[in-house]
Ligand binder design. Structure first.
Ligand SMILES: *[C@@H]1O[C@H](CO)[C@@H](O)[C@H](O)[C@H]1NC(C)=O
Ligand SMILES: *[C@@H]1O[C@H](CO)[C@@H](O)[C@H](O)[C@H]1NC(C)=O
Ligand SMILES: *[C@@H]1O[C@H](CO)[C@@H](O)[C@H](O)[C@H]1NC(C)=O
Ligand SMILES: *[C@@H]1O[C@H](CO)[C@@H](O)[C@H](O)[C@H]1NC(C)=O
Ligand SMILES: *[C@@H]1O[C@H](CO)[C@@H](O)[C@H](O)[C@H]1NC(C)=O
Ligand SMILES: *[C@@H]1O[C@H](CO)[C@@H](O)[C@H](O)[C@H]1NC(C)=O
Ligand SMILES: *[C@@H]1O[C@H](CO)[C@@H](O)[C@H](O)[C@H]1NC(C)=O
Ligand SMILES: *[C@@H]1O[C@H](CO)[C@@H](O)[C@H](O)[C@H]1NC(C)=O
Ligand SMILES: *[C@@H]1O[C@H](CO)[C@@H](O)[C@H](O)[C@H]1NC(C)=O
Ligand SMILES: *[C@@H]1O[C@H](CO)[C@@H](O)[C@H](O)[C@H]1NC(C)=O
Ligand SMILES: *[C@@H]1O[C@H](CO)[C@@H](O)[C@H](O)[C@H]1NC(C)=O
Ligand SMILES: *[C@@H]1O[C@H](CO)[C@@H](O)[C@H](O)[C@H]1NC(C)=O
Length: 615
């Protein structure tokens, strides 16, 4: 919890400070008893606008900023407000280090939780004194036009001007003297200055007639590191999958540490997990004005918060080492979404303090990362499922039957059906594997590099991906999707004839067994999901299985042109399309497992691997 520091100069501006407190109060009051003090001052929102404009015209005395001490102010269109950072602040003592996250690497030598942009800041910091000025938009004026869906409805941005020249004590749009300036981007602006002279700052609001009301912004100066951070170049959040009401998103690896290193366990043990997430409807145009501002995202109406201060809903954030690479990641399960809707998810770290009873720490103003857009499904016979016991890496939408399995309690029965089935199939394999001489000397073992453990691992990975199909809307037209159960009714009794444009191809698909059934009988008998489309498992899962296991097990994959395309999908490049299913898959993940497949293996193809599955 941070509060502004008041200096004598500011006492003239009781109204402004009142606004500051009001804003902070809004931000933090609900869960933060410390704010009761602000309430006790009886401060109310001042009449903004003309009042302040009048002062500006008679020449506003700049407000004074301290090191790492944020201040908040309302500002109206066309107005400019001035701030000052005194030399004794710039030459003053460094701020206090706040809470540190565990190391992002395995060894202890590097800075904690550093990403590229932070490392860059660190480098600059070490090179000499830098003054960081950050301004974030907390509140925006309201659009007063008729095109509320268009870009015109995105509130325009504030600008910041900074000068260290005695000749330019009022930096701003009308000043011709030397000054640094930046237009806020998504409600965030950063200016870095390298001189240790007194700094004059101007914050100006654009002229506009399309919007009514005022902006609120927070400004902070630091000689240590940017107080507010926007890592908008860093895509640290990935969309995994969604159904009609929930979505699963996951961060990048939190650390590169090996599982036996201390920071691995430190990340896994963090409670609550380190980051939170905002989800807003993508149609909300005003998000464009604050998407890089923690404060702005926090104040906007109509969002769903996960693991952030004052989250009031049932969304879940956990640290998990599931997924690619098996490193700690943070996973978000967001519920309460609408079907067929587009959303924006934004990873954030809320302002945090080592000791809530003291004022602010270095960099404690909140951090946001680049936003990720995703959409929910339109049909309710695909349900997001994760947290299985045996197929623990499964985390995507699977065929379901909403009439039989209620989404209310997280689908435990549905998960049981899939998980039990996969596990029982694994038992057959386990028996077979025990007939194979795995643990003999290296020369008689079937492979010098692979052993039965890697065979068992490859089998499990393949088995879970193949027995638990990844489900997509039946109406999704993407070419790589395989229609299933085409001739069957939807759980609610409708048939695929209700789907526009599908009529002719329907007939043919309904007759073929492959497209009028699921991959396994269990799904059709125990779940009866009706028509859906399947993201086929990636073919490299099959190749990896064949390569990893002893020939005596007689695994092989179907040949291209003779069944491969019907059973397996092909990975696309690192694009927005997920054209085949693999465990740990997420959109726009650059890391994919490196599987080198000798093409000669393809010739081995029979359907035995599939036969084993359907046996
Ligand atoms: C690394 O840090 C952990 C605690 O975070 C400590 O226990 C360990 O001894 C350190 N290792 C080295 C090599 O400094
Ligand atoms: C909205 O704009 C119109 C014309 O631009 C103006 O007449 C009206 O007063 C504005 N509404 C508000 C609430 O300011
Ligand atoms: C707003 O308009 C006034 C008068 O036209 C002008 O002096 C001022 O510079 C403008 N402000 C901005 C931020 O453009
Ligand atoms: C972790 O395990 C790897 C090999 O698995 C080993 O090389 C390394 O020394 C181990 N590190 C620690 C800190 O035990
Ligand atoms: C869902 O839709 C309803 C009705 O249109 C709307 O009021 C609500 O805000 C939407 N919720 C989300 C999270 O999009
Ligand atoms: C927080 O700061 C206060 C005031 O300096 C101090 O009394 C208290 O012990 C500190 N708490 C912690 C957990 O460090
Ligand atoms: C039945 O379910 C399908 C698929 O979810 C949906 O498109 C259709 O509108 C539903 N029909 C009725 C009458 O609810
Ligand atoms: C995951 O499953 C375990 C037990 O199977 C349960 O205790 C836990 O609450 C589940 N977690 C979530 C997030 O559903
Ligand atoms: C495979 O069989 C062995 C021996 O019966 C057993 O110890 C092991 O737990 C089985 N593995 C699985 C995953 O069921
Ligand atoms: C092979 O040997 C290792 C250790 O000696 C043992 O853990 C593993 O279970 C054995 N595998 C089989 C299939 O017997
Ligand atoms: C994803 O697939 C669609 C076809 O369904 C295609 O139009 C689009 O270009 C693909 N996107 C990328 C990034 O490859
Ligand atoms: C598709 O499968 C369903 C259920 O097995 C069956 O009732 C229906 O007759 C099949 N459709 C065709 C065209 O074969």
């Amino acid at each position: 919890m941070y509060l502004p520091k008041f200096t004598p100069v500011q006492s003239r501006f009781a109204a402004s400070v009142g606004a500051t407190i009001f804003l902070l109060f809004l931000l933090y009051s609900l869960n933060h008893p410390a704010v009761a003090y602000a309430e006790a001052t009886g401060a109310t929102r001042p009449e903004a606008g003309p009042n302040i404009l009048g002062r500006q015209e008679e020449g506003q005395t700049p407000l004074v900023l301290g090191n790492n001490a944020p201040m908040s102010q309302p500002i109206v269109a066309g107005q400019i407000q001035f701030w000052r950072v005194d030399k004794n602040t710039i030459d003053g003592p460094a701020g206090r280090q706040g809470l540190q996250l565990p190391s992002s690497t395995g060894d202890n030598s590097s800075a904690p939780a550093a990403d590229d942009e932070e490392r860059e800041g660190l480098r600059k910091r070490q090179a000499g004194k830098t003054i960081y000025i950050t301004v974030t938009t907390c509140g925006q004026p309201v659009y007063n036009g008729s095109e509320s869906e268009s870009d015109e409805a995105v509130p325009p941005q504030l600008s910041v001007y900074a000068s260290q020249s005695p000749d330019n004590t009022r930096p701003g749009p009308d000043s011709d003297d030397e000054q640094e300036s930046v237009v806020l981007d998504g409600g965030y602006g950063l200016i870095e200055l390298d001189d240790d002279e007194t700094v004059m700052i101007g914050v100006s609001a654009p002229n506009t007639t399309l919007f009514t009301g005022e902006w609120n912004y927070q400004i902070a100066v630091s000689i240590d590191a940017p107080f507010h951070r926007s890592l908008s170049q860093t895509p640290n959040l990935h969309f995994v999958d969604a159904d009609t009401r929930a979505a699963l998103l996951i961060t990048d690896d939190l650390t590169t540490a090996q599982s036996n290193e201390s920071s691995f366990a430190d990340w896994m043990a963090l409670d609550p997990p380190p980051y939170g997430m905002f989800v807003y409807p993508a149609s909300l145009r005003s998000i464009g004005g604050v998407q890089n501002s923690y404060c702005g995202l926090r104040m906007l109406q109509g969002g769903l918060f996960t693991n952030l201060e004052n989250s009031v809903n049932q969304n879940i954030a956990v640290t998990t080492d599931r997924g690619l690479g098996g490193k700690p990641k943070e996973q978000f399960y967001v519920t309460g979404l609408n079907a067929s809707s587009e959303y924006v998810g934004i990873l954030a770290q809320q302002p945090r303090l080592a000791n809530a009873s003291l004022s602010s720490d270095i960099g404690s103003g909140g951090t946001v990362w680049r936003s990720v857009q995703f959409s929910t499904k339109s049909m309710d016979n695909c349900a997001l499922m994760y947290n299985l016991t045996f197929c623990s890496e499964v985390a995507y939408a699977v065929p379901t039957n909403p009439e039989r399995f209620s989404t209310r309690d997280g689908l435990p029965e549905l998960a049981q059906i899939y998980d039990n089935y996969a596990q029982s199939m694994y038992q057959y394999f386990n028996y077979s594997l025990q007939q194979i001489p795995c643990n003999t000397s290296e020369t008689s073992a079937y492979s010098l590099v692979r052993d039965c453990d890697s065979c068992a691992r490859a089998y499990k990975t393949w088995l879970c991906a193949v027995t638990i199909p990844r489900c997509e809307d039946y109406t999704n037209p993407a070419a790589w999707l395989k229609p299933r159960n085409v001739g069957q009714p939807f759980p609610n009794g409708s048939t695929t004839s209700i789907v526009p444009g599908f009529a002719e191809s329907q007939q043919i698909l309904a007759q073929a067994v492959a497209t009028n059934s699921s991959r396994s009988l269990v799904i059709d008998e125990q779940i009866s999901p009706g028509p859906y489309k399947e993201v086929l498992p990636c073919k490299d899962l099959c190749y990896d299985l064949v390569q990893s296991c002893p020939a005596a097990l007689q695994f092989s994959c179907p040949t291209p042109g003779k069944g491969l395309e019907d059973s397996y999908g092909e990975r696309s490049d690192n694009s927005g399309n997920l054209s085949c299913s693999y465990l740990g898959a997420a959109f726009f993940l650059s890391a994919s497992p490196t599987i080198h497949v000798p093409w000669g293996l393809f010739a081995l193809a029979t359907l035995s691997a599939l036969l084993l599955l359907f046996a």
